[in-house]
Design a protein around this ligand. Sequence first.
Ligand code: SF4
Length: 419
Amino acid sequence: MKSLRENPLRLQSTKKLKAVMQRYFLRLEEASGTKRRKVAWCSSIGPCELLIAMGFEVYYPENHAALLGATRRSTEMIPLAVAAGYSADICSYLTSDVGAFLKGVTPLSEAYGMKSVPKADVLFFNNNQCREVQDWFMFYARQWRVPIVGVNSPRVLDEVKDSHIRDVVSQLKDVIPTLEEVSGNKFDMDRLKEVVRLSKDCTIRWRKVLEFSGCTPVPMTFFDHCIHMAPAVILRGKPEALDYYDTLLAELEQAVEDGLAAVPGERHRLYWDGMPIWGRLRMLSDQMRDLKTAVVASTYCNSWIFDPLDPDRPFESMARASLECFNVRSEGFKESYIEQWIEFCNVQGIIFHDAKTCPYNTNSRFAMPSRLNAELGIPTLIIDGDLNDLRCFSEAQTKTNIEAFVEQLQEMVKTRFPG
Ligand code: SF4
């Protein structure tokens, strides 16, 4: 029988995560369609703190779309959205989510016993990440004849200037009357400060979880982060997220002390840029483990670190947090951001995922891999795929490319450290 150290670390916190998610969806189900509690839909890096402070239960359709991808239901849903007039080339989160709605199904039924996705009373987008979220939410605003509000954000920023912050702050304040009308609650600045404080505390904990990527061997990989990031996405601003990450952090600290590894015999370390391939997380995780290669960090999972949040300056700090996000920034900023994480995690190579339906979260199309390769002297690999549309992904081709890439890493290590 193998010793604990030879087996990949299986995080026990996952059980608690399931219970936390169950309670979150139960609350949404109870609120949906009632007069007592209202439901707001929010884009995943939108200002959820304002919605929570106004008394809404907040639902994140990107989380739902990722679940459609992870359960491999998305590919059968996309054609329904295409038949309704949406292009198959636009975001496959949008097309799989809209397709599932048109079909009247949701993976939330099987996972959490929900009858349907919760009906929105108001929809709040922030197009800092892409234009798709606005069009996606418009579909539901038309279906249910409910208000849609949002922030039209500046994009591709090298430096976040005061003028950008003022612009976003004024847009956030402009939506308050609509939120008051829909929720039936008056805006309360003290309540907003409290929610921003909770959200900041969540960010501090999530950052600590991700910084375990500096450990060798690493106790948790990018593929684990994709699962355990859920509270940072859907429960930030709530005490439940803090409690969950305290449990996970304690487990990770113990694992490091005990020398346990996510990839036993870890030989190589990689960085992932771009969206996850939700329907192939397990396949990729298994292949990497067999190759004794740990994908230790990613820009995607780091996107829910909101360092600028400050309860003493709630509006300004929410605006800054949304504008300083990785995918709102210029190429130059992105490159230096990736370089810092490469150095911190001590990785030997970078995988870029070219997600066919998400140009916004794809950074391989304008020669960034070549520039980073020249700058850092480490190899890069581009994988063709998609977040949800598995018709864009070849399992055989990807496996072959990854194997060849890891062989290249082995050669590189032998050359640099002969003997
Ligand atoms: S950022 Fe990409 S994956 Fe996310 S909603 Fe926008 S287009 Fe879709």
